[in-house]
Write a protein that binds this ligand. Structure first.
Ligand SMILES: NC(=O)c1ccc[n+]([C@@H]2O[C@H](COP(=O)([O-])OP(=O)(O)OC[C@H]3O[C@@H](n4cnc5c(N)ncnc54)[C@H](O)[C@@H]3O)[C@@H](O)[C@H]2O)c1
Length: 352
């Protein structure tokens, strides 16, 4: 029996920081994938990406990468959030498929422009969400699709750190990131809860944001000490309330610095026939005269980053449907956007 080698799939990177190297690691492990070039305004990682991942060419300007690297099939966008839209649109216009890290952008208008660019170019746009590929999320989504929950009425989303203000990168800079914990970590649990619910359309949001610690010098020992409090312009705590077109609602709690016992990374859904938690994955329901807590014996142990990167390559090769599309990314961004806008105005805002 002869096996044919997979067609080469050549990838370039815009941004060569922490998450780009995670993309590189998982992409390099896939058959037929070649890591070709990277662009970053800083050259601090160029030696490492050349040595560890065999990337031959590095550029200081992403436009030069797009102009010179004419064999690329795809580009991975791993820059700070505020650059995602410009980088993604330029790569799509250059005729490349794109995976863009989370959050898709800093606001919904940018996401709409990115989706329009993908449609115009006829290229794939994948949002770099990985938590929807967690076996627990997949198991709950399958329960929702099978009607186990009846109508999902409510989702509670929690991405809470007791003291986890990033002390690297630009995560405290609103101008470069678009926001703090809500857009940086709330986005992860929101995307997986929204996906598990069947992705209803968000129609309105209310929100509250508060900064009380990140813009101050450190007062208590913590795992990531001495963040840059002088440039910290994002929230420490954000709470959102979201309405969907099908009548369901979602509450999102997200914080880099919450006064709680310990960190929480979880979502809960409540429906007319059953509810569930993500961690641990349990379905709460009634049947035959009893209330049951149903725990799956085994849901699998996938490495969600490996699944995310393979999903991207498979979608680009036309081997599977896009399960993390720009349209999904837009809905998640509309949720985040609505919460931030409401927090500024003190009123519920419509999502259009
Ligand atoms: N999916 C996940 O779990 C996950 C985890 C961490 C970060 N991220 C996302 O990845 C993105 C990058 O985060 P990171 O942790 O890798 O940050 P990072 O600071 O380690 O890397 C960002 C890189 O972008 C470079 N950069 C800045 N401006 C640039 C420009 N104009 N052109 C080219 N490069 C430029 C920086 O020099 C830096 O090397 C963010 O959007 C973040 O939300 C996702």
């Amino acid at each position: 029996m002869t096996t044919t080698a997979p067609k080469p799939f050549r990838v370039g990177f815009i941004g060569a920081g922490g998450i780009a190297m995670t993309h590189m690691k998982y992409l390099k492990a896939l058959p037929g994938v070649e890591l070709v070039a990277a662009a970053d305004v800083s050259d601090k990682n160029f030696t490492k990406v050349k040595a560890d991942f065999g990337i031959e060419r590095c550029y200081a300007d992403f436009r030069e990468l797009l102009a010179k690297e004419d064999t690329l099939d795809a580009v991975s966008v791993c820059t700070p959030n505020g650059l995602h839209a410009a980088n993604t649109i330029a790569a799509l216009e250059a005729g490349r498929h794109v995976i863009v890290e989370k959050p898709m952008a800093t606001n919904a208008a940018e996401c709409k422009a990115m989706n329009a660019a993908a449609a115009k170019a006829g290229k794939v746009l994948v949002c770099g969400f990985q938590w929807r590929f967690d076996p627990r999320t997949q198991a709950l989504r399958k329960q929702a699709e099978a009607g186990v929950f009846g109508e999902v009425k409510y989702a509670r989303v929690q991405a809470l750190r007791r003291r986890g203000i990033p002390n690297w990168g630009v995560f405290g800079r609103k101008d470069l990131q678009g926001g703090g914990p809500m857009i940086d970590i709330g986005v992860h649990v929101t995307e997986m809860a929204h996906y598990a619910m069947g992705m209803p359309k968000p129609v309105a949001a209310s929100g509250m944001c508060s900064t009380y610690l990140g813009d101050q010098p450190m007062t208590a020992l913590c795992q990531w000490p001495n963040w840059d409090h002088k440039t910290y312009t994002v929230e420490d705590l954000a709470i959102g309330f979201v309405r969907f077109a099908n009548g369901a609602v979602m509450v999102i709690e997200s914080s880099f610095a919450a006064h709680i016992e310990k960190d929480v990374w979880n979502f809960q859904i409540m429906g007319t026939k059953a509810g569930a938690t993500f961690d641990p994955p349990v379905v709460f329901t009634d049947h035959d005269g009893y209330q049951w807590n149903q725990t799956p014996a085994y849901v699998g142990k996938d490495d969600i980053f490996a699944v995310k990167m393979k999903h991207f390559v498979d979608v680009c090769r036309g081997e599977r449907a896009n399960d993390s599309s720009g349209e999904h990314g837009l809905m998640v961004q509309q949720i985040l956007d609505g919460i931030y806008k409401s927090a500024e105005t003190g009123r519920e805002v419509a999502i259009t």
